[in-house]
Design a protein around this ligand. Structure first.
Ligand SMILES: Nc1nc2c(c(=O)[nH]1)N[C@H]1C(S)=C(S)[C@@H](COP(=O)(O)O)O[C@H]1N2
Ligand SMILES: [Mo]
Length: 231
C-alpha cells in the first residue's frame, strides 16, 4: 500500500507541469533573466576564487521549484542510459557500493551567493561513466530529477575531476531541502547545472536544454565568465 502510494506520488511528480510548480517564483526568475540578458560580461575569464558579481555566504541557502520530493532510500533509483554500452538502474545499495569519492569545492549560485569549502562525498561522475560506457557518439548529458527539474551539460564538463553525485555534505547525509538522497555537484558551473534529487542521467549525441536553460539562463554557465543569462 505504502509502496504503491509512493510510486503514484513519484509518477505525479514526474508529470508536474509548470502551473503546479511555484509558477510565480519561476516567472520572476525568468523575467529577471530576460532583463539581465544584455548585461556586460567580463571579456576575460576571472582567475579570482570568488567569481565576478558573487558574494560569500555561510548559511547555504535553499533554492528549488517549491517541491522537495520525499524519496525513501528503498524506493530510490538512479537510471543511467542513452548513448551508452551498458545502461543501468542503480538502487541505493548498488549506488553506495560503488567507489566513494570525497571532494571539497566552492558553490556558486546564479542569484549571486557563493559558499566556500563544501565537502561532498558520493560517486564520481567519472566512475559512473566507466560503469555505463558512453558510446563514441555521446557528447552531452541530460539530468532529470524527482521534482520534475532537468538540466544539461556537455559531456566533457561532467568528466572533470571534481564532478560527483553526492549523498553526503560536510559529513552528513544531504538533507531533503538540499536535494537528498543524492544530487549532482559540478563546481565549475553555476549551481543550477547540478540537479538535486537526481533520478536519471541520459547520455545524448546532441544538446537538449533543461529547465532553466529553456527559461533564459546560460547554457554554458561559467561563473568566471559571468555567463548567467543566454545572450
Ligand atoms: N532538482 C532540482 N535541482 C536543482 C534545483 C531545483 O529546483 N530542483 N535548483 C538549482 C539551483 S537554481 C540551485 S542554486 C541549486 C541550489 O541548491 P541548494 O538548494 O542546495 O542551495 O540547486 C540546483 N538544482
Ligand atoms: Mo540557482
Amino acid at each position: 500500500m505504502l509502496a504503491a502510494g509512493i510510486d503514484i506520488k513519484n509518477k505525479i511528480t514526474t508529470l508536474l507541469t509548470d502551473q503546479m510548480l511555484k509558477q510565480d517564483y519561476i516567472d520572476r526568475k525568468e523575467r529577471w533573466a530576460r532583463k539581465m540578458a544584455g548585461k556586460e560580461k567580463p571579456s576575460i575569464r576571472s582567475t579570482d576564487r570568488l567569481p565576478p558579481g558573487q558574494h560569500e555566504v555561510h548559511n547555504f541557502p535553499v533554492l528549488d521549484l517549491g517541491i522537495q520530493p520525499d524519496i525513501p532510500l528503498d524506493k530510490w533509483e538512479l537510471k543511467i542510459h542513452g548513448k551508452v554500452g551498458n545502461p543501468v538502474a542503480l538502487d541505493w545499495k548498488q549506488f553506495t557500493a560503488l567507489p566513494q569519492f570525497t571532494d571539497v569545492s566552492d558553490f556558486h549560485c546564479v542569484t549571486t551567493w557563493s559558499q566556500y569549502d563544501m565537502e561532498w562525498k558520493g560517486v564520481a561522475f567519472f566512475t559512473l561513466a566507466e560503469l555505463v560506457k558512453p558510446s563514441d557518439e555521446a557528447t552531452h548529458v541530460y539530468f532529470k530529477s524527482y521534482d520534475g527539474y532537468s538540466t544539461n551539460n556537455a559531456l566533457d564538463v561532467c568528466m572533470d575531476d571534481d564532478v560527483l553525485i553526492a549523498h553526503t555534505w560536510n559529513g552528513k547525509p544531504i538533507s531533503k531541502e538540499h536535494g537528498g538522497p543524492a544530487r549532482v555537484i559540478i563546481p565549475k558551473r553555476y549551481a543550477w547545472k547540478g540537479a538535486k534529487f537526481i533520478r536519471e542521467i541520459i547520455f545524448l549525441d546532441r544538446d537538449l536544454l533543461g529547465f532553466w536553460e529553456l527559461r533564459g539562463y546560460s547554457n554554458t554557465a561559467d561563473p568566471w565568465l559571468e555567463e548567467r543569462f543566454s545572450q
